[in-house]
Design a protein around this ligand. Structure first.
Ligand code: ZN
Ligand code: ZN
Length: 550
């Protein structure tokens, strides 16, 4: 088998199908999607909802629920505890396979009629305004958390607490406005800081304390702009920066970005303890080709975000083995095209199913076997019908393919895809996708830009005032606990809606296009991930980075 060169069916870009891709596709018995990997991921990520939080009622009990599903979803939303109960039967939505219609159309009809849980996540305490949050307590308006406590706003954090506006952080406490920080305490406005305390504006620092506007530092304390100070001089110098003012913070942020572009040494990639792999942000991975944001993964190709994944391909946000198009699943084995499924095996085209085996085209099932379109069959009937369906789907061109954009749960503009591949309404509609008009746009309230500049001038009743985001017109409030956090730590009020802040903070992690360049130190050719518009002057190969950053 030789590598094949093709033009992407969606964007026209030329791309190569590697020999190993062909082998894996054959092994998994699926056709090549015909698209370049960015178009594949874009479509998969369009199925990952990043919606606005809203209040609605459970269609089963009328109980008030908080969801990030938009108002346009056709399926009924049940409170999650009701959804997993015996109060309803997903099999009552079962139907016969219709050989006169395409499968995707039939699947969509079923998907749109079967109730869905209002949010993902279990075992939380006092955390109603959350989504995809697990084993956490006292969290508010956050998404994708595990084992967290007392977080306000944030996305994809593990074991973090008492923090506001943090994204992709691990084991971090009392921190604010941080991205990709690990084991930090009282750190602010930082990116890629580890084992650091009581510092602000850090970039690629390890084990630092009392450092301010520093980059590439290792095991240092009392540094400002990478220059050492005595303890007394450090604190007296710091007095010159009024961090209680939003204007000052924004000016420093802009200044720090310019310094980072000019002075900091940027490692070509962010791989940690990873072998024989390509991509970026891999931690303890082996034999992963073109994969991003994975931990503890092995033998995968073209994966995007996941943990403990093995022998899988074209999947996002997954924990799976032998999965293809496994979307936000956990512990699946040998599955194809599964979305939000848990512990399912030997199955294809499932949506929100748990512990199912040998099922095809089912929605919302738990502990079922030999079901097709939510209808029960004997093992023999199942195998016979599945063979006929396969034949039918090969004719319609659907067999082994992922869903089209039209089946997404939300508008593209309220999906994770829009962060990595920002698009216009016209572009999405051309792809057959959905665009959602944002709800909750208001004009009445304090305009974000009119808020007091200094935290010292913020009245105690600020939490009761609606604020209008200057960028989106979305209404937001300063929560009482949040205000207490800002006052305690001397942090000025934010200006924008929390989702706008989180998406803005997240941006540096959305640069996923590999770029060919050469090491700024030794001239060696290498792949890196820093777009030219960032203007980074010093990009180092792995060896030079370790030589230069001590
Ligand atoms: Zn493409
Ligand atoms: Zn080099």
């Amino acid at each position: 088998m030789n590598p094949e060169t093709k033009n992407c069916l969606t964007c026209g870009t030329q791309f190569t199908i590697e020999t190993e891709d062909i082998a894996m596709l054959e092994r998994l018995d699926i056709p090549h999607p015909g698209e370049c990997i960015f178009c594949v991921w874009r479509r998969l990520l369009a199925f990952w909802v990043f919606g606005k939080f809203r209040k609605t009622k459970s269609a089963l009990s009328g109980k008030t629920i908080i969801t990030t599903f938009g108002e346009n979803v056709k399926f009924p939303l049940y409170d999650r505890t009701e959804w997993v109960s015996d109060a309803w039967d997903p099999m009552s939505y079962g139907r016969d396979y219709d050989f006169s219609r395409p499968f995707f159309e039939q699947f969509k009809d079923l998907r749109d009629s079967v109730p869905h849980p209002h949010q993902a996540g279990t075992n939380n305490l006092r955390s109603e305004w959350c989504d995809d949050v697990w084993n956490s307590k006292d969290c508010y308006l956050v998404r994708s958390l595990l084992d967290c406590e007392n977080l306000h706003y944030g996305y994809r954090n593990f074991r973090c607490k008492n923090s506001v506006d943090i994204v992709f952080c691990f084991d971090t406490d009392l921190s604010y406005d941080c991205l990709y920080c690990l084991k930090c305490y009282k750190v602010r406005h930082s990116f890629d800081a580890r084992d650091s305390i009581e510092s602000a504006f850090l970039y690629d620092c390890r084990n630092v304390q009392h450092c301010f506007m520093c980059w590439n530092l290792r095991s240092k304390q009392y540094h400002i702009l990478n220059k050492p100070y005595s303890k007394e001089a450090y604190f007296s110098e710091l007095q010159k920066y009024n961090l209680r003012s939003r204007k000052v913070v924004e000016t420093l942020k802009a200044e720090f970005s310019r310094i980072i572009a000019r002075e900091a040494i940027h490692r070509s990639d962010h791989m940690v303890k990873t072998a024989s792999s390509t991509g970026n942000f891999l931690e303890e991975c082996k034999n992963c080709y073109n994969c991003y944001f994975l931990q503890y993964a092995e033998n995968n190709r073209h994966l995007f975000r996941g943990t403990y994944v093995k022998d899988s391909m074209y999947s996002i946000g997954t924990i799976a083995e032998k999965g293809v198009y496994s979307i936000i699943d956990d512990y699946n084995y040998d599955t194809r095209v599964t979305l939000h499924c848990s512990r399912c095996r030997y199955s294809s085209y499932l949506d929100y199913c748990e512990e199912c085996e040998y099922c095809f085209g089912c929605v919302g099932l738990r502990k079922k076997k030999h079901s097709i379109l939510n209808k029960q069959y004997s093992e023999t009937e199942y195998n016979n019908l599945l063979a006929q369906i396969e034949e039918h789907m090969r004719k319609t061109g659907e067999w082994g393919r992922f869903f089209p954009y039209s089946l997404a749960y939300s508008g593209y503009n309220f999906s994770v895809a829009n962060s990595y591949f920002p698009s216009s309404k016209e572009q999405i509609e051309k792809l057959g996708g959905i665009w959602e008009d944002p709800h909750g746009v208001v004009t009445e309230g304090v305009h974000g830009n009119e808020l007091p500049d200094s935290i010292d001038d913020v009245p105690d009743d600020m939490s009761q005032k609606p604020i209008v985001c200057p960028k989106t017109g979305w209404r937001f409030n300063i929560a009482p606990e949040e205000l207490k956090f800002y006052k305690t730590h001397g942090i000025p009020l934010p200006r924008h809606h929390f989702d706008v802040r989180i998406l803005e903070l997240f941006k540096p992690l959305t640069a996923i296009k590999p770029l060919e360049g050469s090491c700024s130190f030794c001239g060696k050719k290498m792949t890196h991930y820093y777009p030219s518009e960032w203007g980074y002057k010093k990009i180092a190969c792995e060896d030079c980075y370790h030589k230069e950053v001590l």
